[in-house]
Every structure is written in C-alpha cells, then in structure tokens.
Design a protein around this ligand. Sequence first.
Ligand code: SAH
Length: 372
Amino acid sequence: SPSQGYYTRRGGVGESGDFITSPEISQVFGELIGIWYISEWMAVGKPNTFQLVELGPGRGTLTEDILRVFKQLASVLSKCDVSVHLVEVSPKLSEIQAEMLTGGKAQPNPEDKSAYMKGVSKTGIPIFWYRDIQDVPPGYSFYLAHEFFDALPIHKFQRTEKGWREVLVDIDPEVPDQLRFVLSPSRTPATQNFIQPEETREHVEVCPEAGVIVQRLASRIEKDGGAALVADYGHDGTKTDTFRGFRNHKLHDVLSAPGTADLTADVDFSYLRKMAQGRTATLGPIKQREFLKNMGIDLRLQVLLQNSSDTATREQLLHSYDMLMNPEKMGDCFNFFALLPHHRLVHPDKKDKPESKSPLPPVAGFNELLLK
Ligand code: SAH
C-alpha cells in the first residue's frame, strides 16, 4: 500500500528497526559481494562500462560497502565507466540511502520520467533511483537483490480433498478488529494460474511478482549481458508454510496491526529458476557460509583482526563473522543464487578448432575465488 504499507511507513531495517540484515551486521559481507562483481567483470574481459543495479537497497549499506571496494580497486576499474541504479519504492528509505551514499548530494529528478532522484556517490559515481526495474536503462548490468524477494507479497495455497484452495484473509465476524485466515470455498484464478502441475506439496506459497522480476532480469541479461546475484533466506522448492512477521526483532502475528510489522516468506529458488525460463543459466542456491567461504571471508577476517588493536573491535569482528557463518544463525538458512549468460558457463558452439578454446574461469562464490 502506497500510504499504509510497511515499507512506506516504517521500513525498519537495522538495529533500531524490526529486523537486521547481513550488510548491517558486517562490512565484510558487502565487500565480498563487491569482489564478486569485479571477478565477474574480469572473467568476461573487462567491458568498458557497467551498471550496478540493486533491488530494495534498504539503508544503502550494501551499496556503500561495494562502492568502497570499487574505490579501493580503482586502478583495476580505472578505464571502466560505472553507474549505480537503485530500485526502491519507499520514499523514506530512498532518503536514507541518498544520505548514506551521497552525503546529501541527491536531488529529485522531475524532468526525467524514469529516475525519480539522482545524485553522485561520495566516491564520484552517478546514482539514480527508480520505482520499477523496467525504468532502469538497458545496458551491461550487474544486478543485486539481497533480502528483496522475501519482502514481496505471496499467494498461499492449501491442497484439500476437493483440490487446491487459496488461503485468504477475512474479517473475523466474532472478534472486533480482528482478521483471520479462511480457505476459498472454490478454486480461485490464482489456484488455476500459479500452481505448477507437478507440485507435490500440501501447502504452497507462490510469489508471482518475484517470478515477473526474475523473467525481466533474465531477459535483460540474455540481451545485454551481465549477471544477477540473489541472496535471501529460502529453500529449493521443499518448504511449505513460511509466512511470518517481525516487529522489533520479535516474531509478530501477521494478521495483527497490518502495516506495522515486516512481513516475509522464504524465497522458493526452484520457482525463480523456473521463471528464468532457460534465458540464462542459473547457479545455486548455495548456503551463505559456503558462498562467503569461497569468496575468502576467512582471509578477510584475519586481515581485519590484524589491523585492529582494540579488544572491542576484535570481539565485534568475531561476533559478526559468527552471525554470518554459523549454521545455526545465518550461515545455513541464507542462500546465494545467480543468473548468468549461458556463454559464461559453456563455450558457445564453435565447430572449428574446439581444442583452441581456453577453459572458462569458474564463477567465484559458487567455486573458490581465483583473483589474479
Ligand atoms: N537489501 C537491504 C534491505 C532489504 S529490506 C538489506 O539487505 O539490508 C527490503 C527492501 O526492498 C527495502 O528497501 C524495501 O523498501 C524494498 N522494497 C520492498 N518492496 C519493493 C518493491 N515492490 N519494489 C522495490 N523495492 C521494494
């Protein structure tokens, strides 16, 4: 809802909000993602321009950490024209992002119908804000969606003796100001359109909006090149009832006080893979702790520990490493998933001289990082 929705009213990412995310826990998370993009950019022969497109940037911390890596590796990127494109619906969060990334140097952009705001990062990179991925100009792009897809609305379905029924929200006739879940008395358009014929689960959550966005990402990558990195909690088509709410870092009844709590459902990566419709190759989902380990988090931690002399900083570094990597915390339930052009993984068919092909560099994160 543009007026009463959670992200337009509250949008509480961070320690003082309703939920905390990996980039808010440790700078290392964003740094390693920044290295991932540079490694992909190098693997395809260092194109002379790319767009970094982030969906749902929250407070802007992840982009800030990525841009710091781009600055540190300025000599590597020196001939590359980089721009940042943020897709954000929340007016409040876009203000916070502008403050974080540009230090207040962003202005509304009323003459441009697509980007509603523009600015320049503290490191000199142009940044644009949009409400929809379709407004982002075409071109070679690296996409990023961290804890974005889980925030999009879902449909819930229950298998019954009479076939699939949709779980709907109703006004409770017995308790004033109370909502309740009901099953649709018959099939609904959503039961007819969104359940895969081969579905075996008894209860399913489907996020059609995520499907549409993945289709768009896959078409754009197929046409203009680039890659998309999706990181979120989720499963590969196995889980059933995951819809839940968070308020002040505690579980919150999804039906009480709508618009005041973060509502979320696990991302079904098998559905995202299906929605790429073969336009791109996909990698993952792979567990966060494996992805970060492959990206060299252990080495990065050692360097940061060596460079910090005070005990409090060292403890903070170890604590945040544990939060990101511990299988009981974020290490196992968060996953990484990527969309890449087919030619990034398999040589396009060249009939003559197949032996002359050099092997394609492995994709970092999903394999060990090999940066030369
Ligand atoms: N990526 C950030 C924040 C995740 S919270 C982090 O990891 O910290 C989800 C983000 O998606 C918020 O910025 C929210 O405002 C944005 N968002 C939610 N629904 C959206 C939609 N339909 N289109 C674009 N952005 C959306």
